[in-house]
Design a protein around this ligand. Structure first.
Ligand code: MG
Length: 252
């Protein structure tokens, strides 16, 4: 049981948006480890993509993958909100004209995923290892109907590059689930992210940090009254800036 837990986005936050480097965040990660504060990744990436990074960074918190659909606990148990086979079945059950407008990762080769994401072939193979959610491209008119799979209990959300079919659990739900399992009832949650899809988790946290990202206009989407810490620096430097600020406040 812990009294502070850190939840963080990856790209543009803990990792540099362009180079995926994290060196600038290392002193802050070491300070958190010394303070016995676990760090959890919360990402749209798959568990297979996140696990190598977590071991490289020696992070001890649970992993929240696929936008909240998959939670992997440090002792090895995996809590999945759904199953990819059920999502694929729901796709195949669509009327032919609708089905033709949706191209999911399961319909793509690794080379196609690599081309669309800019990831290398090996990383794309890890991105294709979906367990409980399906990213897709939409070629129909306008946006896909959010309730297309409502009868199956699935939602459609919009990410940076793709739409995603997710089971009925999002990032904020997953964080609540993890803290109820692992944290003291009065635990403090620190959350860090740079994107519009991170805002709900940042605003729900005890302390939230919005990492500066020159290519996203996220501050324009903030409520007038908020207590988020807005970093001056971008990516892992901004990440470290926020963590050292929060750690400093903790001591006082
Ligand atoms: Mg991000």
């Amino acid at each position: 049981m812990t009294d502070v837990m850190v939840f963080t986005d990856l790209d543009g936050s803990l990792l540099d948006h362009e180079t995926y480097a994290f060196d600038a965040a290392l002193p802050a990660l070491e300070a958190l480890a010394r303070a016995d504060i676990p760090v959890s990744i919360v990402s749209s990436k798959t568990r297979a993509e996140i696990v190598p990074l977590v071991s490289q960074l020696k992070l001890e918190g649970p992993i929240i993958a696929e936008n909240g659909a998959v939670i992997a606990y440090p002792e090895g148990s995996v809590d999945s909100a759904g199953h990819i086979d059920d999502i694929r079945q729901a796709l195949e059950a669509l009327p032919e004209n609708l089905r033709a407008d949706i191209k999911g990762f399961g319909d793509m080769s690794i080379a196609e995923i690599s081309q669309l994401t800019g990831l290398g072939e090996a990383a794309s193979a890890l991105a294709a290892q979906r367990e409980a959610s399906e990213p897709f491209l939409w070629s129909g008119e306008g946006a896909p109907d959010k309730d297309l799979f409502a009868d199956k209990g699935f939602h459609i959300i919009r990410g940076g590059r793709f739409y995603h079919i997710i089971p009925g659990r999002d990032k904020a739900d997953a964080i609540r689930r993890v803290t109820s399992q692992m944290a003291k009832p009065d635990a403090k949650i620190w959350a860090l992210g740079d994107g519009p899809n991170d805002l709900s988790m940042l605003l729900a946290a005890t302390k939230g940090a919005l990492i500066f990202n020159p290519s996203l206009q996220v501050t324009a989407q903030l409520p007038i009254k908020h207590s988020l810490y807005l970093t001056k620096q971008a990516g892992p430097s901004g990440w470290a800036e926020a963590i050292f600020t929060f750690l400093g406040e903790k001591k006082t």
